[in-house]
Write a protein that binds this ligand. Sequence first.
Ligand SMILES: [Fe+2]
Ligand SMILES: [Fe+2]
Length: 379
Amino acid sequence: MEDFKKVKPVLFNILGNDFNPQVSPVKFFDSPLTEEPTGLFTIFHPLHPTIYDFVKLQKQRLWKADEYPIDRTREQFDQLDEIDRRVFEYTLSFLAFLDSVQVANISDIEIVYNMPEYKIWGATHKYFEVEHSIAYSNILYGLFNQNSEEVKRIFYLAKDHPELRRRNELIAGNYQKLFDILWEGLKNVSREEYARTLTYVFAGTYAMEAVTFYMGFKTIEFYQYKYGVLPMTNKMISEIKADELFHVKVMATIIRTLKPYITRYISEAEFDDIVVSTLKSYAQADLQFYQSILAQNNFGITQKQIENYIKFLTDRRLKLLGYPPIYGVDENPFEEIDRLYGYLESHVNEGKKEAFFETKSSAYVTAELDEKVLENWKF
Ligand SMILES: [Fe+2]
Ligand SMILES: [Fe+2]
């Protein structure tokens, strides 16, 4: 730690070179200025062009939550059984929390990104997560517009319900480390600790994008699938899911790209262990949550299905990063719902393309775009 002589980050670095392949995607504050960018913002010839391609693709999916129809029919919600209503409330509160914590932490990640293509990705990513947060607010206010106390109660389940709070604190705690480091300044942190913290933050972001959201999505899809209720809510969820699939692919790419830079400071074994254990701890928190809130009550979806879905998804997402499975579940218990509503792994809904396009709100997304994603990134 004593030998860690940091170079102060420079806003306009006249010694810098934006085309130097030594430049790291994230800032490590001991890099010589000659291996740092100049600060002149250019996207000409990006060092990691894949990241910029993802930005272009994501921007083509531009949609606005405010312009979206929402379910205003409280009666539809009231048709649900008590357990269904409760699960729906928890789901909305949790999804709202997840996007809120992302909006907050992406700002920190944007600070540590070092290359223009990554910075643009950070800004684009944040824009879409803000849009998702607006969507959840609109869903809540649309459904409960007669009663703002009710909206507040559901929104605050995120902190007031002990099981939800426990799950949310685990996720927030992961990002808090980077927040603390940036707040206190990098002077007091070793490069190992910084590298470790970055690994946790990127692994946590990936775990959220890739696993944590999905039982929530599944719940809302299930209500439409089973009861035909809340169709507008489900349409908005469908837009969000398609965005999240980009995020899964981008974050997987970023983690793989960052690995050689981060493992200059911590061992490869430690890096792998942080990534895998973070995914596992998020999956376990999901499992624990559903076990505790549902107890013996099933809401049409059984405990076993939930457990297998979370485990199935965790294994698939680990594979995307090049890691072996930890649960060994290779059957998707919601195969049929996923085929119907799509976007679990592909932007093209195999075998049922019409259903895929029917659920789109706009002409922004073209088949070309989706095929390009598949062509370029064989995940
Ligand atoms: Fe999101
Ligand atoms: Fe996301």
